[in-house]
Design a protein around this ligand. Sequence first.
Ligand code: SF4
Length: 204
Amino acid sequence: MEFRPGQLSLDDLHGPRTLDELREGMADCRGCGLAAGRTNLVFGEGNPRARLMLIGEGPGAEEDRLGRPFVGPAGQLLDKILAAAGISRSEVYIANVVKCRPPGNRVPNREEAAACLHWLRKQFALIAPPLVVILGSTALKNLIDPQASITAWRGRWITRGRVRFMPTYHPAALLRDPSKKRDVWRDFQAVRDAYREIVPLKNE
Ligand code: SF4
């Protein structure tokens, strides 16, 4: 299924009307083989009216254990980056391309991502964020272009309809290669500036 951000399909219009309804509807999803290995399905979390959404690859061990996105070491680093940009985690929405943990934290394959993407599209349609941070290669390939390279595409806004996407490295990549931190910080500064145009600080 194509992601088609910013466009609603009939399915979206007749589907769940809240994130809670959507979560309920997917609780027992067996749409791909990843269902067999999960401890918890990781739906996503955050502000249902967020103006900024962050989309990563899939749950890791800690996320699978707790049923929450970005709570392991990469998530803790993401929290620090957001805090440095003056954005609290509670004001954004965080989700992944696949909702169940791939074994051994491998990259989800094309079939798994394709099977899961309709859930993300519904989530996206309900939240309707104008800004999205794409965290890493898997999200970039599945949301924007299967041929895209995160190294080549990071740091540049991509506009699709009324939505602007900023691709950057996944925080797990920063843990493996801290030299990427400077680029990510630059990307998040651009995100912060765009976000503050939409959601000004209260004392401004
Ligand atoms: S990864 Fe997505 S499609 Fe596959 S079982 Fe989990 S929720 Fe369903």
